[in-house]
Design a protein around this ligand. Sequence first.
Ligand code: PLP
Length: 400
Amino acid sequence: MKPVLSLWSFLSLKKCVIPSVLDAGLSVKVTSGRIAIALALRHMGISQGDEVLVPAYHCTSMIEPVVWTAAVPVFYRIKNDASVDLDDLEKRISPASRALLITHYFGFPQNLSQLRAFCDKYKLVLIEDCAHSFFGEHNGHPLGSAGEYAICSSMKFFPTYDGGCLISSRTNIENIRLETAGPAFEVKAVINTLEYSLEYRRLNAIRYLLKIPLSVKDAFWKRLKSSRPDSSYESIAPEAAEGAYGFDLRWLTTRMSVWSRIIMTTTSSFRNVAQRRKNYLILLRELTGLPGGTPLFPTLPEGVVPYVFPFRVDEPERVFPLLKQQGVPILRFGEYLWPGVDSDTCPISIDFSRRIFQFPCHQELRDDEITWMIMRIRDALCHDGIQPLYHANTSQKASS
Ligand SMILES: *Cc1c(COP(=O)(O)O)cnc(C)c1O
């Protein structure tokens, strides 16, 4: 019995060895993902009047760097499974098109062989946005290796204050020069990480995660209110690290804090990958086949490391406040789309930005927290009192 067991655990461990985007090439370590997008665009020589194809389903921090370069963002459609709508993309190509930005939403890879071929055909530079896919592979290659450039937002996967990378194996990014932000920022990065971990210990994963969307939202409104052009505020930290949506040029050539680099490279990737997949599979099992909503992706393929669990809710306006009230941490990717993007641009993106709730599958969630979250979600979906059978083998079984 024993050798069988250890062989089994060896095999299941082997399955968890999934590469990260840092395995895709050389990396330039900066303070955020949006800064990495800006560096990629600048490095390829984008300039005024050029067009960058960007997804209609996006967060604004993907678009701000494009606008900063004075290029024009041209929005393309996505399909019902969050894949790039190639037919629509083809229609949006013009002589000014220079680059294509694609996102591996929630950690699930786009069809990279198709997109690579598309970019080769139309002479476009491919930028892979791996903000949701720090880990993962596609056709045996790490995500991030099909594009001329890839970017990631390491602070979405590691408990760090700042962090994003520009990665490339196809272009020479070694010549990008960065400076350190100085001692104040380095100290702030350490203190904030310590604060996070204290907060975290105090609150546990679920309540800790709940605080993240709140701070993002607050920061968004704060920014809207303070968008007077002359508000020359002084800050020693990039807005990205503060959970805000801003794009602050002063961080363009600033290196990731030493502390965040240490955490990013020494934290157990193995555990991060294994726990995220495990938590995702529990959510998938318990939230499939319910009235009122469906998982965006019906399976979790090998080689995919989910960022969150995206779930399409039929009645988002009813369910969202119910879950919020109960303290379930939810974010909606693309809740705020770039001005002008509407259902003419892409009906599916508009629908997704309302309907797709992302529930955490974070590596630090405990089993009882996941069970609690699942119960709340099922309650909120099934408002007519019909509770479907809950089949996780944990203590909180639903009495049917
Ligand atoms: C968060 C995010 C970014 C930007 O990353 P930051 O590190 O917050 O600047 C880019 N693309 C996607 C898909 C994201 O979710």
